[in-house]
Design a protein around this ligand. Structure first.
Ligand SMILES: NC(=O)c1ccc[n+]([C@@H]2O[C@H](COP(=O)([O-])OP(=O)(O)OC[C@H]3O[C@@H](n4cnc5c(N)ncnc54)[C@H](O)[C@@H]3O)[C@@H](O)[C@H]2O)c1
Length: 396
């Protein structure tokens, strides 16, 4: 195959970063842009180096019917995100999907089965797993430098003000709570309905890579609705999930979009504790990551110069976004589609990050601990087969 002919679907903020990168990287040609909001088509076309022969449509079905489209880049923010990915796989298109992948367990399974049946590539474009410190921590854990892992924490407190929570359906313009009197037609976005904990793939992806593990049980708690910080928004400020992994480590993962935090602190924070030491990310812009080894004659934790940016990043990764990490998801997807190179973060590993997040919200709702299925074939399910009812969530 020559260039991957790709459709960009969902033309909001994130899509413009994708359009920029997809044009910078060799191996891609954008052939279609799609959003139900017609006013967003022209700005997307205007961002293209060459807009000739590019399909611009408000109808996703037309993208799926376009034989000139090899792959779909899903940058949507909606409840049907997982179904849209599965629909593309089902008609034989590859899918590179933004985080968080899906919002129901049924959609997770539909993606897995469609990827298996079609043999097409499904990638969750979760980029933080490519950060430099993630590889360093994975090696520390794999070498047993901090012993057996007992506890791991991750959190995404993504506070960007309130503009992601309302959108004018005529113009596609986002608007914050302070602008609502000016934009009377503005409607709440999916983010107001979405349990914040659904965004955990951003934390589970890097931490499960570090731990080389998968979540088997999940429970959780939430603050109430509406937000205490912004009462005009229905989203709870904080949701916390408590999880157990196959290797018997406990994870505490938190997410929120309306809890104010200082910008310099960043949205992410992580720590991993083992029987022989611990590693942790910096707590503020001034703070540094740290490490402690029980057998190292260390009275306190030592500062470490781990960063998001990799020391071995190629030139084209620099400034691609999110500490240079955005480059890696597009390079991996291109190489998988064009050259058949297997993804290290395959559809099963992607669902290992999406399903516990969805089930955390279900567990909060039900007030119970739930089991997380393993999406890999085996245990009575062969490739391309629908899961048995028993694979759906059950109480612990
Ligand atoms: N990986 C990252 O670092 C990162 C950063 C930001 C956002 N994201 C993810 O990217 C996605 C988009 O975020 P955003 O900030 O651009 O959101 P946005 O609200 O600005 O844009 C989303 C667009 O999707 C469109 N859309 C909704 N339903 C659709 C459908 N059925 N078919 C086609 N288009 C549809 C909306 O009209 C909207 O224009 C989200 O899933 C978000 O979680 C990831």
């Amino acid at each position: 195959m020559d260039d991957v002919r790709i459709a960009v679907v969902g033309l909001g903020h994130r899509a413009h970063a994708w359009i920029h990168l997809l044009q910078r990287l060799p191996g891609y040609r954008i052939v279609s842009v799609c959003d139900p909001i017609e006013a967003l088509l022209e700005p997307a076309l205007a961002a293209l180096d060459d807009r000739r022969d590019v399909q611009a449509t408000t109808q996703y079905d037309e993208v799926l019917a376009n034989e000139g489209v090899d792959a779909v880049a899903l940058c949507v923010r909606c409840r049907e995100q997982g179904a849209l990915a599965a629909m593309a796989l089902e008609v034989g298109k590859h899918v590179n999907s933004e985080v968080p992948a899906a919002h129901t367990l049924e959609d997770c399974w539909r993606i897995v089965v469609a990827a298996e049946k079609s043999g097409k590539v499904y990638q969750l474009a979760e980029q933080t797993r490519y950060w430099g410190f993630v590889d360093a921590w994975r090696q520390i854990v794999a070498e047993g430098q901090i012993g057996r892992v007992t506890f791991c924490e991750g959190q995404y407190i993504g506070y960007y003000g309130t503009r992601m929570f309302f959108q004018d359906p005529e113009t596609g313009r986002s608007c914050g709570v302070e602008e609502l009197s000016q934009y009377r037609g503005a409607r709440p976005t999916w983010l107001q309905d979405m349990p914040p904990i659904h965004y955990l793939p951003h934390e589970l992806s890097p931490m499960l890579k570090v731990l080389d593990d998968r979540v088997v049980e999940v429970s959780g708690m939430s603050t109430g609705s509406p937000s205490y910080a912004h009462p005009q928004i229905t989203t709870p400020d904080i949701q916390v999930a408590l999880m157990k992994t196959e290797k018997d480590a406990l994870l505490r993962m938190a997410a929120g979009f309306t809890q104010p935090v200082p910008h310099a602190r960043g949205h992410h924070w992580y720590q991993v504790m083992g029987t022989g030491g611990s590693i942790e990310w910096g707590r503020s812009g001034r703070d540094r990551p740290k490490m402690w080894r029980a057998d190292g004659q260390m009275h306190d934790m030592a500062e470490m110069d781990w960063r998001f940016e990799r020391t071995d990043a190629p030139a084209e990764a620099r400034s691609s976004g999110h500490g240079d990490a955005d480059y890696y998801v597009h390079a991996a997807f291109r190489d998988a589609v064009r050259d058949g190179r297997p993804l290290s973060f395959d559809v099963y590993a992607a669902m290992d990050t999406a399903a516990p997040a969805i089930l955390a919200a279900d567990a909060i709702e039900a007030g119970r601990t739930l089991s997380v299925p393993d999406f890999r074939p085996g245990n009575g399910r062969s490739i391309g087969e629908e899961p048995a009812i028993g694979e759906l969530p059950k109480d612990k």
